[in-house]
Design a protein around this ligand. Structure first.
Ligand code: 3PG
Length: 210
């Protein structure tokens, strides 16, 4: 599980968080991000077309890993599996999700904000977590503090990450990648400005990818 998540996250240090209002934007938006150099994408289940968007992106973008985000329940987890998601991201973690994730063929990156939440996941074998909401949950100094007691755990900080602060996070030993919606501004999606989104992705890929 940990190795599977590492192989996905190591493909890209920056994970765009995508919320889609219109299904027809899914493939061109995904293509713009991939063309810009970001190949691991998280589509949040916050909008009605999200599951269908994941299906279409899976088919149209074979070089990308497509995750389902904002998964709150095992039922949504199952829907994400059925849509073909390569991984699942949750904003927080419940025992039910931890249990479901252990059995699922699709790996889960559970959201945590505290040491206790990491410890709950640890019992089930989880070692990779989304740190959310990163900046308001203590940011860099929280992650540095986690490194002491939680050696072996690695995080994808998300929530308040920007092009400007991402580098500081990625420099930490226990950070494997960062996530954020700064790469997919709603205004650019609404105007179908795929060139501008490709440029945002390119900037991030150029700055942070090894
Ligand atoms: C998420 O669900 O991961 C967040 O909405 C992303 O946070 P951001 O909008 O602050 O990047």
């Amino acid at each position: 599980r940990t190795a599977e998540l590492d192989s996905i996250c190591l493909k890209a240090e920056v994970l765009p968080v995508i919320s889609l209002e219109r299904l027809e934007d899914a493939v061109p938006l995904g293509q713009a991000l991939v063309d810009g150099g970001l190949t691991v994408l998280e589509v949040t289940l916050r909008t009605e077309c999200a599951l269908e968007a994941i299906k279409r992106m899976r088919e149209a973008l074979p070089s990308a890993s497509i995750g389902a985000g904002t998964v709150l329940t095992p039922a949504q987890y199952r829907q994400a599996e059925q849509a073909g998601a390569d991984f699942v991201v949750t904003p927080g973690a419940t025992e039910a999700l931890y249990r479901y994730g252990v059995e699922s063929p699709v790996p889960m990156l559970p959201g945590v904000a505290t040491v206790s939440e990491v410890m709950s996941g640890w019992q089930y074998g989880y070692r990779r977590f989304k740190f959310f909401p990163a900046v308001s949950s203590g940011g860099i100094s929280a992650l540095k503090a986690f490194a002491g007691p939680l050696s072996g755990a690695r995080f994808c900080p998300t929530g308040g990450i920007t092009l400007e602060n991402a580098g500081e996070y990625l420099a930490l030993e226990n950070v494997m990648c960062v996530g954020g919606s700064w790469l997919t501004p709603k205004a650019l999606i609404d105007e179908e400005n795929w060139a501008a989104i490709r440029e945002l992705a390119r900037q991030a890929a150029e700055r942070f990818h090894h």
